[in-house]
Design a protein around this ligand. Structure first.
Ligand code: ADP
Length: 410
């Protein structure tokens, strides 16, 4: 202390030329000197600080810690920076805390140990830092908000894209359906005009000829033409029935009326009618045991399905061939197959054979509408039955239908 008093002017000169606050303490941590910057910083006068314990400038709660810290520091006597990286505070005379940074410089003077602390008021810096932290936080918040907004915009966009995709798919499929429908209409019209033209001109010829056979002995000829007319009217009637069937199936108006009957009744009826269509040398074989089977189904529909398969077998087979009907059953399902030795179905046509109006290339010369199998398939589907086929071109085909012995459909 004394030494400092002696050399006061030198010390004053040194400490006043430093812009940081300067406080020098002895080994008991008593303040022995301060400069004006420090007085300004802490709000004291020199007299109020000299001789006081350094604690006067330090927050109460760290007095103890600080004491041992400084002691330890004086012992080691190395330079050190305080407050870096942590919050260090000084206490202003008013009691307010001042954020500071302090550099400690231990030195010896005439065998006395001292520490000179260079104190910087970092309130401004802390204020700036806090401002920056606040700004950063606000920025972060804005970014998060914007990100959220963007995210929800993206989700919205994705939804919109999905909606548009669905709409596009719908439009495309509607267009496709429309195109298919147009194709079907065109096919239908050309098929109708073709299919009706031939029998109608046949009927016309027969009626003209009929008018010419006036003599009594020409009765046979008249009968022949009457048969032709009846056949062709039947044929046209069948086509019209098929069209009506398609319409009913499409609109879901088809209703089924199950009754209990013997399979032999249906087979006999169908074979009897089919006999009139047989070509020379063609025959239909069916097993004698069909009497064993009793069904509870819509008899008319059974007849329609079976006669379709048999008429096709006759139509698409040459003379002198056999058409074979096979029947078998489990306790629930009846299976009927019709095998012919006819032209068969070309491999490339096979996937389309149940499509409405479809006719294979090799069948074009025979009369037909391409509706029959489509109708059979729809009916069997409604009755929980199935239809399938195997066929080789120029060898023949087998069409197989299954149907529950007892109707369990709609
Ligand atoms: P349609 O006989 O009036 O043309 P279908 O729907 O009954 O109509 O048959 C569709 C097509 O399937 C026929 O045009 C023909 O190409 C083919 N087809 C059906 N049955 C046979 C068969 N038994 N042998 C060969 N081809 C067949």
């Amino acid at each position: 202390m004394k030494i400092f008093e002696k050399d006061n002017s030198l010390l004053n000169f040194i400490s006043e030329s430093i812009s940081e606050g300067v406080v020098i303490v002895d080994n008991k941590q008593q303040i022995v000197s301060v400069n004006n910057s420090l007085l300004d910083m802490f709000g004291y006068s020199t007299e109020e600080l000299i001789g006081k314990h350094l604690d006067i400038l330090i927050p109460k709660e760290i007095h103890e810690k600080h004491k041992s810290y400084v002691k330890d520091f004086i012992k080691k006597s190395d330079k050190r920076q305080m407050g870096h990286g942590r919050n260090l505070f000084g206490v202003h005379k008013s009691g307010a805390y001042i954020p500071v940074e302090a550099g400690l410089n231990p030195f010896e003077w005439e065998n006395y140990k001292y520490v000179m602390a260079l104190v910087i008021d970092i309130s401004e810096r802390v204020k700036q830092e806090q401002k920056i932290i606040k700004l950063n936080a606000a920025l972060e918040e804005r970014i998060q908000e914007r990100t959220k907004e963007l995210h929800s915009n993206v989700i919205e966009l994705e939804r919109e894209i999905e909606k548009r995709k669905i709409a596009e798919r719908k439009i495309k499929s509607a267009l496709k359906k429309e195109r298919e429908l147009n194709e079907l209409k065109t096919k239908f019209l050309s098929m109708v005009s073709h299919e009706f033209k031939t029998p109608l001109s046949g009927i016309l010829t027969s009626t003209i000829l009929l008018g010419k056979y006036k003599l009594e002995e020409q009765q046979e000829k008249r009968d022949k033409h009457l048969r032709t007319i009846t056949d062709k009217v039947h044929y046209l009637n069948n086509i019209l029935n098929d069209f009506l069937s398609v319409e009913r199936l499409d609109s879901g108006k088809e209703t089924y009326r199950p009754t209990t009957f013997k399979l032999s009744k249906v087979i006999n009826e169908v074979v009897y009618n089919a006999n009139m269509l047989l070509k020379g040398g063609q025959r239909i074989d069916f097993p004698p045991e069909v009497d064993e089977y009793t069904l509870t189904q819509d008899e008319k529909i059974m007849e329609l399905c079976l006669s379709n398969l048999i008429h096709n077998a006759i139509k698409y087979s040459p003379e002198n061939t056999t058409i074979k009907i096979d029947v078998e059953s489990t306790d629930k399902i009846l299976t009927i197959s019709v095998t012919d030795q006819g032209m068969g179905i070309p491999a490339e046509a096979q996937p389309h054979i149940f499509s409405r109006y479809f006719r294979a290339e090799n069948a074009i010369n025979d009369q037909g509408t391409g509706i029959g199998l489509n109708i059979v398939k729809s009916h069997l589907k409604n009755l929980n039955g199935t239809i399938s086929f195997v066929s080789s071109e120029n060898e023949g085909s087998t069409f197989t239908m299954t149907i529950p012995l007892v109707a369990n459909s709609k």
